[in-house]
Design a protein around this ligand. Structure first.
Ligand code: HEC
Length: 152
């Protein structure tokens, strides 16, 4: 019985993932061509989508700081990932989203308090926490997030 339920949950979630974040994937590609300025999302970009783009830029900036041995500065209010309005509000309200979100926020705290010795590890696990949520809930931007990874 439990197995059956789990299977249904997995099926429903796979459907949601396939159906969801395809727009985000298109946006990601479009974003890199400066000529195309319009969003492909007919309803406009959600507050969460805009925040995610800022988070990408922030992570890119923090990566440089880590690589240069500088102190890592956090400028965005990352807590907003838990309240920003999403293209699919049900997804952002799910227990799974909140769990990955909490892990991400913990990663931000760790990086904020990192020493020059621990900063690289902290940065890597932060990017991994972006990946974890995206692989589970929103695979479209995964390719883009990979660019944030440090050379091994
Ligand atoms: C807790 C889950 C979660 C975490 C953690 C997370 N994301 Fe997202 N991300 C999402 C969801 C859900 C969307 C879809 C937002 C929407 O359309 O409303 C998204 C969208 C995006 C997009 C596409 C935005 C657009 O242009 O439409 C990018 C890029 C992105 N995230 C990058 C990142 C990066 C970089 C990190 C880590 C620094 C990160 N995400 C962490 C869930 C997450």
């Amino acid at each position: 019985m439990r197995k059956g339920l789990q299977l249904i949950t997995i099926l429903v979630m796979s459907f949601m993932v396939l159906h969801a974040c395809t727009d985000a994937a298109k946006n990601t590609i479009v974003e890199e061509k400066p000529v195309v300025k319009k969003s492909l999302n007919p309803n406009g970009d959600s507050e969460l989508a805009l925040l995610m783009r800022k988070m990408f830029a922030e992570a890119k900036r923090m990566k440089k700081q880590v690589q240069n041995g500088e102190e890592v500065t956090v400028l965005l209010d990352h807590e907003k990932i838990l309240s920003a309005h999403a293209t699919e509000p049900k997804k952002a309200a799910s227990a799974e989203y909140k769990t990955w979100g909490a892990a991400y926020l913990a990663g931000i705290e760790t990086l904020k308090n990192a020493t020059p010795e621990t900063a690289e590890t902290a940065y890597k696990s932060l990017v991994q926490s972006c990946m974890n949520c995206h692989k589970a809930l929103c695979p479209g931007p995964v390719v883009k997030i990979k660019k944030l990874k440090m050379p091994a």
